[in-house]
Design a protein around this ligand. Sequence first.
Ligand code: ATP
Length: 560
Amino acid sequence: MKYSKLTQTYEALSKTSKRLKKIAILAEFLKTLKDEDKEVLYLLLGRAYPAYDERRIGVSEKLAIKAISKATGIETEKVMQEWKTTGDLGGVAEKLISKRKQKSLDSKELTTQKVLENLRKLPEMEGKGSISKKLNIIVELLSSAKPLEAKYIVRTIIGDLRIGIQESTIRDALAEAFFEKSASSKIQEALDRSNDLAKVFEACKTKNLKSLAQFEIEVGKPIKVMLAQKVSTIEEGFKALGKPCAIEYKYDGFRLVIHKKGKEVILFTRRLENVTKQFPEVVENVLKYVKGDSFILDSEAIGYDKKTKKYTPFQAISQRIKRKYGIEKLCKELPVEVHVFDILHYNGKSVVNEPFKKRTAMLKRIIIKKPYKIVPAKQIITSDEKKAKEFYKMALKDNQEGVMMKNLNAKYKPGKRVGYMLKIKPEERDLDLVITGAEYGKGKRKGWFSSFILSCKKGNEYLEVGKVGTGIKEKKEEGLSFEELTERIKPLIIKEEANKVKVKPKIVVAVTYQEIQKSPNYKSGLALRFPRITALRDDKPVSEISTLEEIKREFEKQKN
Ligand code: ATP
């Protein structure tokens, strides 16, 4: 397919903020899309691969600027200057490419296939000389590109497409193009199981709803996990789930999905990132203490103090998720214990449709309990409110966050926040927010960012709800430091003005606060009073951060 056809669609999508209009535009586009062009769906989300594939295009703005400069013959300083005034590097590429006097003679019309081919070479390059190779690959595309094409090539490589669509927008467009609106939930299920838009598109094209039901989860391919709803009390939990139900400790760690096939173990986070290398001890324990040739387990990994054997909060071990070096040492210093609470696949068969009581019984059969290594989650099955409350108290005494209550007859719904599993924890003022801006510090914090703009989510938008400078450490050894946050933020800068920067919404942090106030200064209308960062949430996708709705609800609760 010609790339220009796709860029025209991008342009049409970016010109409207109305969701229904976007869906209509997409539906028309999808109706004409041929099977052989199905991978264009990845490009619609600014990606080169399906969601289950963790390879990212990941080109820095700096490199993109160099590529624009090389493709147009305009100095990098000039490109940089243009970018600083508009904040849109794609727009800069469009403008400068349109000024380019002569296109190289051998330039051919770009196809989506060629764009994908080049984009896919980018993540594979590492090590010496990789930067200049990457540069050439981008320049090759830009040299053949028309201005509008250049705009979207640049936006795609830096991960900032700005057309305001998400997977759910495409899902609804698929329903509109090939079925009826009501098919959206079936399409979503197929997406949740396969995490592959192109494959789901292919099935939708047959206009047969049954073809969507054939998607199954697969061992080795990451899965979006089932999420929990919140209730305030045990009584409320029983009311929602019925009696009896399962009650488990809500461990304060991070979600780890464990896949095993033969001798191979693969570990994924709920962000679908492969973290196998970071947790060699978990791999070893799974091989030793879980019976079965192949399986997928859902679990929570928690840290414990190697001397006292007391459990530590998530904060203490969060660095293990991202760390790529010194793993051996870190394993010893910050060991984790895995608490398995669900099973999705066993010896070649999906068990997501089996009732929870059967799945949880299976776990107890296949796991050889090894404290401080791997164990099934602590659980009781009861109808007795008093017993349930005692269990909750015990969980808190054991330094855990609270309890989960689970419906014994429920299926496992990947990617869903359905009410099959409820979380209860003491009233706490905490939110998960994303950093969308920062300000450089002064004095001893010179050279670092020292305050950070926090945003919540409302649909496709990120709305500011506060500014935070507390909770972050001066020294790296003490935990999350200004230096670390500064290093993380630098590659994400979209716009710079005096000592302030705007950044791509990528870094998720857990934040506590004293109070929520009304605020005319923020578009969200609300602001957090005395916010404090308590941890990086590298395990949590930006799509799952706190919403404006949730914050408004907290605000109302607080008023009462
Ligand atoms: P929170 O910040 O409250 O942990 P969250 O947004 O991270 O919430 P939720 O799905 O809302 O995630 O809360 C459930 C989380 O609790 C799960 O994602 C999982 O990581 C963790 N968890 C701990 N123990 C259990 C358990 N026994 N069963 C299921 N999930 C558990």
